[in-house]
Design a protein around this ligand. Sequence first.
Ligand SMILES: Nc1nc2c(c(=O)[nH]1)N[C@H]1C(S)=C(S)[C@@H](COP(=O)(O)OP(=O)(O)OC[C@H]3O[C@@H](n4cnc5c(N)ncnc54)[C@H](O)[C@@H]3O)O[C@H]1N2
Ligand code: MOO
Length: 406
Amino acid sequence: MSGREFFTTRTVAEALAGFRPAHRTAVEAVALSEALHRVPAEDIPSPHALPGFVKSTVDGFAVRAADTYGASDGLPSYLDLLGAVRMGAAPTVSVRPGGCVAMPTGGVLPEGADAVVMVEFTAETMPGTIEVTRPVAPGGGLVRADDDVATGAPLVPGGRPLRAPDLGLLAAAGVVTVSVHTRPRVVIISTGDEVVPPDTATLAAGQVRDATASALAGLVLEAGGEPVLAGIVSDEPGALKDKLTQVLPGADLVVVSAGSSVGARDETAGAVAAVGEVWCHGLAIKPGKPTLLAECGGVPVIGLPGNPLSALVVFGQIGIPVLWRLSGCEIPPPRPSTRALLSRDLASAAGRLDVVQVRVRDGVAEPLFGPSALLSVLTRADGYVVVPEPATGLDGGHDVDVTLYA
Ligand SMILES: Nc1nc2c(c(=O)[nH]1)N[C@H]1C(S)=C(S)[C@@H](COP(=O)(O)OP(=O)(O)OC[C@H]3O[C@@H](n4cnc5c(N)ncnc54)[C@H](O)[C@@H]3O)O[C@H]1N2
Ligand code: MOO
């Protein structure tokens, strides 16, 4: 052990508030079919009012509301049937006092009418005469031309990933291409002389297959980024610096796993300092203390702990919020969560954020313990519980928030 230590330890809250790259990815036009989960750079205004015409919301008869006032089973109103509106076509008749026009749901309200009475409250007692047994107020049974969206009003907000209904509203307004931020290119570098590619059939003593890069690539995809696997870099002095110099020009974010601790061969801090500026080295989080945050020529660089479990936890807490910001996402999607009864006490240190993996069964959250050298804890977990920075622990027997894995 060299006697080196973490010099610039920060809390997770400080990192989320202070490690906020100014860089945003470029904007590109994409077809609606490609736009799910992409982030519009700005509000997208509606070129037209929606639905665009006064539209019946029920099957029934277009009427003048005043002609139905006081109508009841005992004392119905009788109206002359003047014609019918066809779906998808302009009305060819108008409604005069004492008259009505048959309406399908979704039809255009004819001139002269101000409401639609539902067919359930009518009967054709004689051919051409409609009996109405319930009054309808003006505006009843219809939506106005701009009730959904007014001309020029935003269809969807900028800075929020597009959801399925957003695509529907854009399509309804005839907006078939949208300007969205490009997916951040996240370059993933694994380091360590012992780390070999996952397709290595037989391991020599002490070798491990690269678990972290594949898992990080999955997290990047889930968060809307484009993972770029840049391979495994040896612990040889200078190798990581050369790799960083090579990948930085094409990267929006660089993630380096392992080599962030304080051991004699831990190279990340030196390599990053040679090409940029270290923002913090050491994060008050468990697991994941050996984390390094840096900026190299405007590109954020995250040095993750070597243990894959710790690397994934830190990427979830810090890397994904950074990725969202890079992609122009000012309104991050909420992570799925549930409330569950914590089965036992959790101890923590004040000032440190603890991320505890849990299984959730029948509303009870059972912590999964084990050294962070064991990755399978994450595959067995249903989610995690956070012990926030100010707390010294959480008491068992109380409900806690569990963030769920999708
Ligand atoms: N004296 C101290 N020693 C350690 C501390 C500390 O604070 N003081 N922290 C421990 C913690 S916690 C972790 S996490 C590790 C992090 O160290 P490094 O970031 O330098 O990572 P390595 O030592 O290179 O690797 C740790 C472990 O993970 C395995 N590994 C690395 N990369 C991969 C990969 N891509 N896929 C699968 N497994 C990987 C590596 O073989 C090691 O077993 O430091 C502790 N020590
Ligand atoms: O932080 Mo280590 O990252 O606890 O396994």
